[in-house]
Design a protein around this ligand. Structure first.
Ligand SMILES: [Zn+2]
Length: 400
């Protein structure tokens, strides 16, 4: 049974006319402890929930509230050629996680077409239509240019044409873009390792791009710190091939999936004899499984050279991560490396010789434990906060 004050407070929060205890108390001219009691009751009964926190100058942070609503969110992770998607209702997956491998897309139109198809396929298998979805979060392999809203990516060069407004219009849905996709992956990886006494972790990813992103948990302050750098864009060969970022000889320009494929194609055209010539037309993810098998069989000296070079470069990258950050775990992901156990052992052996005291140390080089469902769930969970934050920020700016 709701009191009249409960109803009024609920309406103020629902209509976003007053969303903090101070605002509500002013609006209804009620004592702050009365508002406090009612808000706590509404929170306990899951009628409302905590929303954004407002920080102004040195004052105490102000907690805002919103109505507790079950949202059905679609999460799509698009990393270039690898796609995953799922629908989540309160952190539970509806139906099955979908996976798709595509070629790297050449323009915005191709990407929109693919997004539509992939979304409809995911909805269909979950027995839903686009009307059943409250919003979509799209995790992409891009960064936002600091202080601007423009997107940038060394893997998807035309991504600047993408914006939330454009996607919302074209796909006719409420959509959020999440950049720095590895952030949600590092959270997922740490979560699945909870209880393993792991406080920090770096994901070394070699796929369509090359990156290393880390997360460090501070158990005393219950806070987390991102460790980000641009491992993929360290110039390792100043005379090397041009990178998607515009520089020459970045690690990404030498060992990413598309970079290796480009090199093999051009060497084959220049007359190099290798059985890899049969596979230059396949999708990058497939190419690396063929390369692994061919090298293991031992008969193709060109394939051996490609793998040796890849392992040498990856070992260098791992040694940089250990020498700089010394994380509790390094997770090797991306279709170039993931699951390739023999390559991992060779990378480990080569990295040891590059790390100070490396011969005596155990370097925890692992494969991902979190699956697509784990990080899509984290991506979906970001919807409700990302939904309210930008509006809140605009309100604060206009008030100040
Ligand atoms: Zn680069």
């Amino acid at each position: 049974m709701q009191t009249i004050h409960e109803q009024l407070i609920f309406q103020l929060i629902e209509n976003r006319q007053a969303t903090s205890q101070v605002e509500i108390a002013q609006r209804l001219d009620l004592p702050s402890n009365t508002v406090h009691g009612i808000v706590n009751r509404l929170l306990r009964n899951e009628v409302i929930r905590a929303d954004r926190i407002e920080r102004r100058g040195r004052g105490r942070p102000i907690q805002h509230y919103c109505v507790f609503k079950k949202t059905r969110v679609m999460a799509i992770q698009w990393l270039g050629s690898v796609w995953h998607a799922g629908v989540f209702l309160d952190n539970q997956v509806v139906g099955k996680i979908q996976k798709r491998i595509s070629p790297l897309l050449n323009n915005c139109q191709e990407a929109l077409q693919m997004l539509r198809e992939f979304r409809d396929m995911t909805l269909q298998q979950a027995g839903l239509t686009s009307k059943d979805i409250d919003g979509t979060v799209l995790g992409i392999n891009a960064v936002r240019v600091p202080n601007e809203r423009i997107l940038n990516s060394s893997v998807i060069p035309w991504i600047r044409e993408f914006s939330e407004e454009k996607l919302a219009k074209e796909l006719e849905c409420d959509i959020r873009l999440e950049t720095y996709y590895s952030q949600s992956r590092t959270v997922s990886e740490l979560r699945v390792r909870a209880g393993d006494n792991i406080h920090n972790l770096v994901i070394f990813n070699v796929g369509d791009g090359v990156s290393s992103q880390g997360l460090s948990l501070d158990p005393i302050w219950a806070s987390q710190h991102r460790i980000w750098g641009e491992m993929g864009h360290i110039v390792v060969d100043p005379d090397g091939p041009i990178c998607g970022c515009g520089h020459r000889g970045c690690l990404e320009a030498l060992i990413s999936g598309p970079a290796i494929l480009r090199k093999v194609r051009s060497d084959v055209q220049n007359g190099v004899q290798t059985r890899l010539a049969e596979y230059t037309g396949v999708l990058p993810a497939e190419f690396f499984s063929q390369l692994e098998m061919l090298e293991r069989s031992g008969g193709d000296s060109y394939a051996n050279t490609i793998v040796q070079e890849l392992i040498r470069r990856c070992a260098w990258a791992v040694s940089v991560i250990v020498n700089l950050l010394h994380p509790d775990v390094i997770v090797m992901s991306g279709y170039v490396l993931e699951g390739r156990d023999e390559w991992r052992n060779r990378i480990l052996a080569a990295a040891k010789s590059l790390i100070l005291y490396g011969e005596k140390e155990t370097i925890p080089l692992e494969f991902p434990k979190a699956g697509a469902e784990d990080y899509l769930r984290d991506l979906a969970a970001s919807f409700s906060t990302s939904q309210t934050e930008p509006k809140g920020m605009v309100e604060n700016l206009s008030r100040n």
